[in-house]
Design a protein around this ligand. Structure first.
Ligand SMILES: *Cc1c(COP(=O)(O)O)cnc(C)c1O
Length: 395
């Protein structure tokens, strides 16, 4: 659950550097290479930067991705600077006029349009631009999906009423709005859910592509791009497992074969980086309360909100330390369930509840796995004003 390189680093880390986020960039490189190899060569791979936008992460992925998906003006400027020259697709609801202007100024390669209003705004801004190059647009569509398709999804963004993308009927109304403007409709984008396994992803990708083909044919659009989104499942209860990229790649090859002239693109975030990061800390206190053991850790959900946000027990490994120089007995839990909590004054600051451990003592280190995505960057850092963790990018 922790790579030897990360474990060695964590064990040697001075206590003053805890809590720490540790990223194994070599493991990330190997993983991204394997993902790329599992996909057909003609399928484009964008990394969704919001999963983890740390510059070292973005750069480690650069050799393996076609480009990056960004969801705000902030991400746009940040990713352009961290990995200059690689294509960006700018999506997300509620783009402001200033953000759209920035996208045009920076020459963003693809704009994912989420509504008719946004399309009109973009067309008006594009008219003001000097030069003649059109802006390449994909319409993000909230497509109906089969009832069963999103059954296992952790987070559904589409296939039901939502603020994301265009209602399919409104997508039709966008086509005339594009005519005669400095916008070029390149295809369709859909990101309908997060947390789908490979068969569910393929079922959704098949529906999106079929819908896009029919839409494109009806409007005479010619060769089309179809971005079928991200949301590849990872399993926090089974940290050794991975999304089945091989099966997914085989399915995409078959899908591409059924739709010649369509360029398929995917934009995973979580499944790319989640396995390459650990949040490491130490046990500050250990006590029993009304019959249950509680380990209070340095740090907490203000550094890694993931278990609170997703409502799960975050997977962890205990890294025992033997030093104990206090003249009183070392507080310990032995062969019993322990709740790992943080330093915040709220019962929501729980990282894992009632998880059996062989032994856990004050001063032992704990490494939470699967902290490479949606961890530090989704957390409420300022709450209670505890110090920030340190960051380590291992090569
Ligand atoms: C968040 C997001 C992604 C990435 O989702 P993951 O679950 O991290 O793979 C891709 N596309 C869009 C539009 C998103 O909002």
């Amino acid at each position: 659950m922790i790579t030897p390189r990360a474990a060695a680093h964590v064990t040697a880390l001075p206590a003053g550097e805890l809590p720490a986020y540790v990223y194994d960039l070599t493991a990330l490189d190997e993983h991204a290479r394997a993902v790329r190899a599992a996909l057909p060569a003609e399928v484009e791979l964008h990394y969704a930067a919001k999963a983890n936008p740390a510059p070292d992460i973005l750069r480690a992925l650069a050799p393996h991705v076609t480009g990056y998906e960004v969801s705000s003006g902030g991400e746009l400027a940040h990713v352009r600077e961290a990995v200059p020259g690689l294509p960006l697709a700018f999506g997300g609801p509620g783009k402001t006029e200033a953000e759209l202007r920035l996208a045009l100024e920076l020459g963003v390669e693809r704009l994912h349009v989420e509504s008719e209003h946004e399309l009109r705004l973009l067309a008006a801004l594009a008219d003001e631009l000097p030069g003649t190059a059109p802006v390449d647009v994909l319409l993000r569509v909230n497509l109906p999906v089969g009832d069963g398709d999103l059954g296992g999804a952790a987070l559904a963004m589409g296939g039901r009423p939502s603020p994301f993308g265009l209602d399919p009927r409104r997508a039709e109304a966008c086509v005339p709005l594009l005519r005669g403007r400095r916008l070029r409709l390149r295809g369709i984008h859909a990101h309908l859910a997060s947390g789908l396994d490979a068969p569910a992803q393929l079922a959704v990708a098949g529906r999106i592509t079929a819908w896009a083909r029919e839409f494109g044919d009806r409007h005479g659009l010619g060769p089309m791009e179809v971005n079928v989104g991200g949301g590849m499942a990872v399993d926090y209860a089974r940290p050794h497992t991975r999304f089945d990229w091989a099966a997914y790649g085989r399915g995409l090859r078959e899908l591409a074969g059924r739709h010649p002239g369509v360029t398929l693109r995917i934009e995973p975030g979580r499944a790319m980086t989640v396995h390459a990061g650990w949040y490491v800390t130490e046990v500050l206190d250990l006590k029993h309360s009304h019959g249950e053991a509680f380990a209070v850790l340095r740090g907490g959900t203000h550094h890694m909100r993931t278990p609170a946000a997703k409502g799960h027990d975050h997977p962890f490994t205990v890294l025992p330390t033997e030093e104990w120089d206090r003249p009183w007995p070392r507080p310990a839990a032995l062969d019993e369930p322990v709740t790992l909590s943080g330093q915040l004054c709220t019962p929501k600051d729980t990282l894992a509840a009632r998880v059996p451990v062989a032994e856990l003592r004050v001063g032992d280190r704990v490494a939470f796995a699967m902290a490479g995505a949606y961890a530090w960057n989704i957390s409420h850092h300022e709450f209670l004003m505890h110090p920030a963790p340190t960051f380590h990018f291992l090569r």
